[in-house]
Design a binder for this molecule. Sequence first.
Ligand SMILES: NC(=O)c1ccc[n+]([C@@H]2O[C@H](COP(=O)([O-])OP(=O)(O)OC[C@H]3O[C@@H](n4cnc5c(N)ncnc54)[C@H](O)[C@@H]3O)[C@@H](O)[C@H]2O)c1
Length: 276
Amino acid sequence: MSHPALAPGRVAVVTGGASGIGLAVCKRLAGRGMRVCLADVDAEKLVRAGEEVAELAAGGSDHVVTCAVDVSQRSDLERLQGEVLRTFGEVALLMNNAAAFRFGSAFRDREAWETTFAVNVMGVVHGLQVFVPKMLEQGTACLVINTGSKQGITNPPGIPNYNAAKAAVRSLTESLQHELRNIEGCQVAAHLLVPGWTTTGGREHHPSAWLPEQVADWMIAAVERGDFYILCPDGEVSPELDRKRVLWGAMDITQNRPALSRWHPDYKDEFETFEP
Ligand SMILES: NC(=O)c1ccc[n+]([C@@H]2O[C@H](COP(=O)([O-])OP(=O)(O)OC[C@H]3O[C@@H](n4cnc5c(N)ncnc54)[C@H](O)[C@@H]3O)[C@@H](O)[C@H]2O)c1
């Protein structure tokens, strides 16, 4: 059964829509007959991406809008909503997918922390605060999909600002879904997309990575099933390995182990033989 928010003619807004996973989702949704708005900070990439999506849309360029926005700026999201409503009259799906990525330390690199939180966390918060009240008012079936990361769940060492921001996205998406399902008659549902290793951003494709189109297909199938957590495997990480890593991380707390014990020399062997 197709989800009513993904029906032909309905409207999707995707941030970070000019590249990678966001663009692949826009293409798939346009291919299903939806009208699509691609929002991205990169105005140049947006033009090309909009043309690619229009080639697949039932109504061609009449069914596609592009909007240059920086999701860290709430006023940009308000402008985006105004443009989408003027052009298409509704919003059925909001995908908060834009993200920044900066290497850095847990106690240095102020710019990395500020940028990552402004885009990856406040960008999502702005999207929710601007769009969700309107979706509720519409009284139609609607979806919010926030893009998280396994790094926000299992917290591997190396990029603490990104991990912490994605952990916040997970937390806020869970709270959002709880809040929505407690509103009587609410037809808006939230989902957390957690991609695996995916080739994006013009990087060379490694055979063990997934392509963005695989993530888009996996996501749409999971939404149709009603899954809240949409964890994507990849060529290296199976659903079973994800399960083992997630459970091991949670058990750091319940077993009173050192932080990030998976990467602690005393626990390495135990993790290898751990069977959830
Ligand atoms: N690629 C992976 O392996 C992977 C894994 C887990 C999660 N993710 C998540 O998937 C999502 C999509 O990333 P991707 O891999 O497709 O990368 P990508 O670089 O191909 O796409 C990200 C897009 O976001 C846009 N963007 C960045 N800052 C923005 C801002 N301030 N406002 C608006 N747009 C902005 C970029 O211009 C770019 O077009 C991100 O949330 C990322 O964290 C990716």
